[in-house]
Design a protein. Structure first.
Length: 367
């Protein structure tokens, strides 16, 4: 029979030896805080202490190991083992083996598709067929099929060249372009970065021997227009020089003749003198190049049956004029007194008045 103590026992810091701490198969009833007992139940042999609420094992607070998602096993005592859950039911003998196939050249024709769950477990495996070739079609010719591993060569055609470098494929126009058909330009400009833009029509293999036809007006805005040709045909009967002149007339205009090693000569309108003039050699006994005015003339029929002195206004601007008279009926040359009254008038004097328009007067300005 156990002895009952109704008061605390003080061992005065001496050891309690060879003692069994309240062994039993269940926890004591009506425990007090700090009370201990040893559970003798198989698989759960450990010391417990009452914490005021429940008995807890002194060996730790893990009372059970439970298998979670994707695991099996576990337990509440002793050594506990956890295992990955078996998913082999999805990979039976009917779908086991090698996934993915290759052709005779070693190129893949099918690839494996592997399915795993969140725990990284293999749950399914299958094979998916992939396309290992492609077909190219163009505006003309037969479609071409290429298999994986084949080399596709893109070759430039007429006026086009190609370059492959640094993982880039570049298509360039040739520096010289030859076109067999027409060029239609929807924009308003044809621009060239070169200083000279040549248009060379090819006739029978001879560049420049063909014909360039411009339907419409041609406007040249540059400062110089050079025509290197032997023959120029112009349908227009008027050629306008100094077409950009505005305001009062100030510039002479005309034609200059290129004479190679010899000095050029000019045929022009002198705006200062309001006269036509030309340059020539060996006129008036001078071997040097000299500028001459082009002789201008005036003609009129005179006579009224009463006047014996008739003033003729020629407006040639010079007294250097030659005056000749002839009879309008016989066409014979006749003579009369001629006075060069001023630079624009001569006065013809007769002994007897000629009849109406009987005399023809010819006045020529000398250059």
């Amino acid at each position: 029979m156990a002895l009952e103590f109704l008061t605390n026992i003080d061992l005065n810091k001496n050891s309690l030896q060879n003692v069994a701490l309240n062994p039993g198969t269940s926890a004591p009833s009506n425990p007090v805080e700090g009370e201990v007992y040893f559970n003798t139940t198989g698989g759960n042999k450990q010391l417990y202490v009452y914490n005021g609420t429940a008995f807890i094992p002194l060996g730790g607070d893990i009372s059970a190991v439970t298998a979670g998602t994707g695991l099996s096993g576990g337990g509440t005592s002793g050594a506990v083992t956890l295992n990955l859950a078996d998913t082999s039911t999805d990979l039976t003998a009917t779908n086991s083996g090698v996934y993915g196939t290759k052709d005779g050249s070693g190129n893949a024709t099918a690839v494996p598709i592997i399915t795993v769950d969140r725990q990284g477990r293999l749950t399914a495996a299958e094979t998916a067929t992939i396309t290992t070739s492609f077909t190219i079609a163009a505006d003309s010719g037969s479609n071409q099929t290429f298999n994986t591993g084949s080399t596709l060569t893109l070759t430039g055609g007429t006026n086009i060249n190609t370059v492959v470098a640094s993982n880039a494929y570049t298509v360039n126009l040739d520096s010289t372009i030859t076109l067999a058909g027409d060029i239609n330009v929807n924009g308003g400009d044809i621009n060239s970065t070169a200083s000279t833009l040549n248009i060379n029509p090819d006739s029978g293999g001879s560049a420049g021997a063909g014909t360039v036809v411009i339907d419409g007006n041609l406007t040249v805005t540059g400062t110089t227009t050079t025509v290197n040709t032997e023959t120029i045909n112009l349908a227009d009967n008027i050629i306008t020089l100094n077409s950009n002149a505005t305001g009062s007339a100030s510039q002479a205009a005309g034609l200059e003749i290129e004479r190679g090693n010899d000095a050029n000569v000019v045929f022009q309108w002198n705006e200062t003198d309001d006269d036509w003039e030309f340059e020539a050699f060996n006129h008036a006994g001078s071997p040097a190049k000299t500028t001459y005015k082009i002789p201008l003339s005036y003609k009129a029929s005179i006579g009224d049956g009463s006047a014996t002195s008739i003033a003729v206004t020629h407006n040639l601007g010079s007294r250097d004029v030659t005056v000749q008279l002839y009879d309008n009926s016989s066409y014979d040359t006749v003579y009369a007194d001629v006075v060069r009254t001023d630079t624009n008038t001569v006065t013809v004097g007769f002994t007897s008045a000629p009849s109406s328009n009987d005399i023809r007067v010819l006045i020529t300005k000398c250059g």
